[in-house]
Structures are given as structure tokens and as C-alpha cells.
Design a protein around this ligand. Structure first.
Ligand SMILES: *Cc1c(COP(=O)(O)O)cnc(C)c1O
Length: 404
């Protein structure tokens, strides 16, 4: 919907938002009216370089034409029907995903946090079914982020900040170890442990890549102790880090993987994939979702993943990501540039991240601040070196102005 269709002014739309919405987000001071490729356009038609990409969602570009066409076609046939009949988009998408990441089976959800709920539920039920009623504990990492619903929030290893404070008690059965510290995980394994759950690269926690030794060590530990290895690839999945899934980069395969964000090209969808062995844990009635597997979302995801694979956008993420990170390292006041592919964070010594974010928006570049001195950028994977140069120039000006 455009402002001109609403019979409102821009100030009125903002006022309605502030009056009627429960606000938990710090908004950019413009209305997003239209989007295309790597650009978001405001109500005055001004273009912004979209380097937050709807939080790592718009990986094949905002409103990728194939995704748009798939949604329009599907809406003409069926919008929703629930999972009693077979549907064509579900079947085609299931095959495409399972073949792309070498898994046997998929279960559809509507979001990342829900995908993690399914992953946690499956692991717990497997433990209880095969080993007994106490075998349900899951070890996760400090500074992880797994979502906002109770299971995923409890799995999130951030116990003393806004994520969990005020919402306790958490779901029992989770303990937290130090990321990239294998011994810390080993120490927490008990007779009741059933799984270890990590992000291959911690996204919200500051863009911290796992070391290869750490992930390989977790795989060995899980094999030795009969534990499931669970990877949350909601942010790292679908080309973001330079391979289709981050686990392929590391050559460490999880037993269950959760995905969402970039998967649907902007439609709300998430999923877990696993092997036949673990998939057999869920049977009729044990888990479900009204919208999970919705035909429009699945048709969009089928087109989105087709684009990501056919155009090798993972390869582009790897190549452009390397260039972008090299250039970012030349900015003033930089302490560290972290990331993999086009999941990138820049930590500064002195300048404040929120001020950089605001300064960049004023110059038509969109980023996000994580923590007090770190900004994160997750542009669409179709981004070019030229657009990265434009972003660098803006950041250079903003950071220089903030140093003075
Ligand atoms: C975004 C994110 C989630 C939560 O996904 P939602 O779709 O917002 O529920 C979970 N885990 C990771 C790693 C994420 O980046």
C-alpha cells in the first residue's frame, strides 16, 4: 500500500503507529513504501541502500521477480488449506531443500523461533522415547540467540538482559556453555543430556564465527555420548555465509538443522530438516501447525531457493563478502571486522554504534547496531562491489564526523 492509497500524510501514519502499536523496535524515521533489489524507498521516493535486508531475509534481493511471480500465481489458486490435503508447493519445496542440503525430511513452520521449537521438541522426544523420561537436557551457548518463544528464549544463552529478564522462570532443561570452548561444553554433559544446540556463526550475539575445531569437536562429542547436534542456521542459512548452509563450509553435519529468514524471500516460513532416523520421532498428532506449510509461503520459498541455487548467490556472498570486509577494515576507528560471506560486523573502538546507524540512515544507508560499538550488515546476496563501495564511503564520512 502506498501513502497515496491511504489518504493519510506521512506524519499521520507515524502518529497512528505510535498511538496504537505496542512498540518494541527502534524505528528508522521514514516509511518504507516500496522495495527493489538492494534498495528500499521511502514515502518521498528516496532510495536507501538496504544493508540490513529485512534482517538477512531479502537474500535474493527485495521483491525478487521470480518470488513475486510465484506468490501471485499461488494466490490465484489456493491461499490456505491446512495440511490435510497434499499440496504441490510443499512437495516441490521439500524435494528441493532436502536435495540441496543432503537431508532426508523437512517439517514446515512459520518463523525461526517456531522452527527452533520444533527442533527442541524433536530432540527431547527422541531422548525420552529412546533413553527414558529424564533424557531431555540441551546444552546451548552463551550469547546465542534462538528466538522469542518460551522454548527458544530459554535456549538463548542471554540470561541477564532484556531477552529473558521479566519473563522467568524459563523452561527447564537448558544449560549454557562458552561458545568456541569445547571443554566448557564437555563439562556440562550429564546422563540426562540429549543434545547440543549452536549457531555456526552467532548472529545476534555479535557475529562470532565458530572455529572449525570447535564444531568438529562438538560433532565428535555428540557421537561419543549419543547426543544430537542441532544447528540453528536461521540467519546463516541459504547462502549468507558463502555456502548454501554454513555447516557445509565447516564440513560438519548436524542431526537437525533449523532455517527461516532468507528461506521465504520475505514470506513468513521456517522449517527443520533432519535424517530419517530422527524424523521418525514425530508421528500423527505429536506436532503440528495451522499455517506451517502454507502454499503461498512454500511457493515463494521454492522460487527464492531456486534463485539462490541457480544464480549461485552463495558464491557471490563469498566473493563480495571478502571484498567488503577488506574495505571495511580501512575505516577509521575500526577495532575488528568479523564475519563470513555477507554476514558482517564491524566493531569500533570509540564511536557509538547507534550514532553510526543514525548517521548512516541520514545518508541513505541502512545498517543495524548490535551492542554499543558494533554495527552489523547483512545486505542482499545480489549486492555488487560498487554498492559496497557506496556503503563504505557513507560509513567513512559518518565515522569521521563522529570522531571529531
Ligand atoms: C532471527 C533468528 C531467530 C528467530 O527467528 P524469528 O523468525 O524472528 O522467530 C532464531 N535464531 C537465529 C540464529 C536468528 O537469527
Amino acid at each position: 500500500m502506498k501513502l497515496s492509497d491511504s489518504n493519510k500524510t506521512s506524519a499521520e501514519i507515524k502518529a497512528l503507529t505510535n498511538k496504537y502499536m505496542i512498540e518494541t523496535y527502534e524505528r528508522y524515521d521514514f516509511i518504507a513504501e516500496r522495495a527493489e533489489g538492494v534498495y528500499l524507498y521511502d514515502e518521498n521516493g528516496e532510495g536507501y541502500l538496504d544493508f540490513y535486508g529485512g534482517v538477512a531475509v531479502n537474500s535474493a534481493g527485495n521483491r525478487n521477480p521470480k518470488v513475486v511471480a510465484a506468490i501471485k500465481n499461488q494466490v490465484d489458486d489456493i491461499i490456505h488449506t491446512f495440511n490435510y490435503p497434499y499440496t504441490i508447493p510443499q512437495a516441490l519445496l521439500a524435494e528441493r531443500i532436502c536435495q540441496a542440503i543432503d537431508m532426508d525430511k523437512i517439517f514446515y513452520q512459520n518463523s525461526g523461533t517456531e522452527a527452533n521449537e520444533a527442533m527442541i521438541k524433536l530432540a527431547r522426544k527422541y531422548g525420552v522415547d529412546h533413553y527414558g523420561p529424564n533424557r531431555y537436557e540441551i546444552i546451548t551457548a552463551f550469547d546465542s540467540f534462538h528466538g522469542r518463544t518460551y522454548g527458544a528464549m530459554s535456549a538463548t544463552g542471554q540470561t541477564d538482559n532484556v531477552i529473558q529478564m521479566g519473563f522467568k522462570p524459563m523452561v527447564p532443561g537448558f544449560s549454557y556453555a562458552k561458545f568456541n570452548d569445547l571443554d566448557s561444553f564437555k563439562e556440562l554433559v550429564t546422563d540426562n543430556t540429549i543434545a547440543i544446540m549452536v549457531e555456526p556463526i552467532q548472529g545476534e550475539g555479535g557475529v562470532i564465527p565458530a572455529t572449525p575445531e570447535f564444531l568438529k569437536g562438538l560433532r565428535d562429542l555428540c557421537d561419543e555420548k549419543g547426543l544430537l547436534l542441532l544447528f540453528d542456521e536461521i540467519q546463516t542459512g541459504w547462502g549468507r555465509t558463502g555456502s548454501v548452509m554454513a555447516f557445509q563450509n565447516y564440513d560438519v553435519k548436524p542431526d537437525i538443522i533449523s532455517m527461516a529468514k532468507a528461506m521465504g524471500g520475505g514470506m513468513p516460513i521456517g522449517a527443520i530438516c533432519t535424517t530419517d532416523k530422527y524424523a521418525a520421532t514425530f508421528s500423527a498428532g505429536t506436532h503440528g501447525s495451522t499455517y506451517g506449510g502454507n502454499p503461498v509461503a512454500c511457493a515463494a520459498a521454492y522460487a527464492q531457493i531456486g534463485e539462490l541455487l541457480e544464480r549461485d548467490l552463495a558464491g557471490n556472498a563469498k566473493q563480495i563478502g571478502q571484498y567488503f570486509m577488506e574495505q571495511l577494515a580501512t575505516l577509521p576507528d575500526v577495532k575488528e571486522v568479523r564475519g563470513k560471506g555477507l554476514l558482517v560486523a564491524v566493531e569500533f573502538n570509540e564511536v557509538n554504534a547507534v550514532e553510526i546507524k543514525r548517521g548512516a540512515v541520514a545518508q541513505k544507508l541502512l545498517t543495524t547496531a548490535i551492542g554499543s560499538h558494533t554495527i552489523r550488515m547483512v545486505p542482499p546476496l545480489i549486492v555488487t562491489e560498487k554498492e559496497c563501495d557506496m556503503a563504505i564511503n557513507i560509513l567513512r564520512q559518518v565515522v569521521e564526523s563522529l570522531i571529531k
